[in-house]
Design a protein around this ligand. Structure first.
Ligand SMILES: N[C@@H](CCOP(=O)(O)O)C(=O)O
Length: 454
């Protein structure tokens, strides 16, 4: 089925009804695929990324109807906009109900001016639950068309792995292989990746996140692996990880008072999927004054924004480990969403980066000033927002809180000199035994190891 779809890709527009969504590759605009192929194949063979052929516009009056809508209401409305030609209304309702039994609450730090959008109330306590659970639900709906077990490969610098492991654990017809960099994820993040068992296998890679991501991308292009497995990705390479992540930007606006000032989002960024999702929402019609790309010392995008030159780097290990990415996957997607033009990109996106010392000071300051306990990534997001608001005062700033601070225990406890409350679902992992296959960071080793699991 997957291969057949590929054969027909170029004629797809003619084969599908007008209202069905299609996707093209950033490396070849004539390479057009259906929803199902973009979902299951994840990455075009030409090494590009899938982009929607058309971005659906919000219906007239939709923004006025936002106040008070729940996350699930918004997810239902927007999923219908994207997938009307592919899913029935009943399927959309079922997908949303199963994927999102949690909210993304907006917490006020300063009235009308500074907020945190908490994205960590799902099972793995990180924003990645939104995309991972949506993808898992969508794959289940379409799985009847696939006669092979789907094998999801995912690279993680900390949070994606846990969300994907939990989102796909025990999903029939799916198996998951997670690659993570040895010694570069927090203790509890590692437990989330390595203790579920069943259809979830962890690979502990002697290398960086970028090495893990490169291994996964190489695997998608390898003939033998593609003949052996029906490979798919649950990283933000997959456009169906990104689309649902745009929903919570709308949910943020639904929670603001109607007379709010123009909105600025500050997004802690590693692979730049989260920021791309926000920009996708803006392209659909979400009113946003600017986006802040907030990073740690892995600052290739802030550097690009100030110099116009994009230079991938070897990633550096930092306290905000999930953002330790030296060559963000979504950079080309982000550019494409903004017209591929430096002036329009810098007009909409402002970039700031911060050291671990600044992050530590911010974690302490947030607790002392606002009685708010933030994870290191959220602290970087708030630092970005403060830098933006230092010069632009007349706006309403929302920083995305990407993960629960307890995921970074004991680091956050040591910074604050107090123990952070650990939710039960995380606490129970502490005593579970890690199970991971240790491999060097070479493709040959990974491939051999993967084939042994066939
Ligand atoms: N920050 C991520 C790295 C992978 O990014 P993704 O958005 O492409 O899944 C992580 O926490 O693993």
């Amino acid at each position: 089925m997957v291969c057949c779809n590929r054969l027909f890709a170029r004629n797809l527009r003619a084969l599908l009804p007008d209202y069905a969504m299609t996707f093209y590759s950033t490396n070849d605009a004539t390479n057009v695929v259906s929803v199902q192929e973009a979902l299951f194949n994840s990455m075009p063979q030409d090494r590009g990324l899938y982009m929607p052929s058309a971005i659906p516009a919000l219906p007239a009056g939709y923004l006025n109807s936002l106040p008070g809508k729940s996350f699930a209401d918004i997810a239902y409305d927007l999923t219908k906009l994207w997938l009307t030609g592919d899913l029935t209304d009943a399927q959309v309702a079922q997908l949303v109900e199963q994927a999102f039994p949690f909210d993304t609450p907006l917490v006020e730090l300063e009235a009308g001016r500074k907020y945190v959008l908490e994205l960590f109330h799902g099972p793995s306590l990180a924003f990645k639950d939104v995309g991972a659970r949506f993808m898992a639900g969508l794959m289940s709906i379409f799985s009847a068309s696939y006669d092979k077990e789907v094998h999801i490969l995912v690279a993680t610098s900390g949070d994606t792995g846990g969300a994907v492991a939990m989102g796909f654990h025990n999903v029939p017809g799916v198996r998951v292989s997670i690659l993570y960099p040895k010694g570069r994820v927090s203790l509890l993040q590692e437990k989330q990746l390595t203790t579920l068992g069943g259809n979830v296998q962890a690979f502990e890679v002697d290398g960086s996140f970028d090495d893990c991501q490169a291994l996964v991308k190489t695997a998608f292009l390898d003939q033998e692996l593609n003949q052996t497995f029906a490979l798919s990705s649950a990283n933000s390479i997959n456009i169906f990880r990104l689309i649902p992540q745009s929903f919570y930007y709308f949910r943020a606006l639904a929670q603001l008072a109607p007379n709010h000032k123009p909105v600025v989002f500050s997004t802690p960024s590693g692979n730049f999927g989260n920021l791309s999702a926000g920009v996708l929402g803006w392209r659909m019609g979400l009113p946003v004054e600017a986006f802040v790309a907030a990073t740690n010392l892995n600052k290739v995008v802030p550097d690009y924004l100030s110099s116009g030159t994009y230079e991938p780097m070897a990633s550096l290990a930092t306290l905000s480990n999930a953002m330790d990415v030296g060559n963000p996957s979504n950079f080309s997607r982000l550019k494409r969403l903004l017209g591929d033009d430096y002036a329009s990109i810098t007009d909409r996106i402002k970039g700031y980066y911060f050291t671990d010392d600044q992050t530590i000071d911010e974690i302490k300051r947030l607790r002392d000033v606002y009685n708010y306990v933030a994870c290191p990534h959220t602290a970087v997001g708030l630092l970005g927002l403060e830098s933006y608001q230092h010069f632009a005062v007349d706006n309403c700033g929302i920083a995305l809180a990407t993960a629960h601070p307890a995921k970074f225990s004991p680091a956050v406890d040591e910074i604050l000199g107090q123990a952070v409350d650990v939710p039960e679902r995380l606490a129970i992992l502490a005593n579970r035994t890690k199970q991971a296959i240790a491999i060097p960071g070479t493709f040959e080793a990974f491939k051999e190891s993967l084939l042994q699991t066939a």
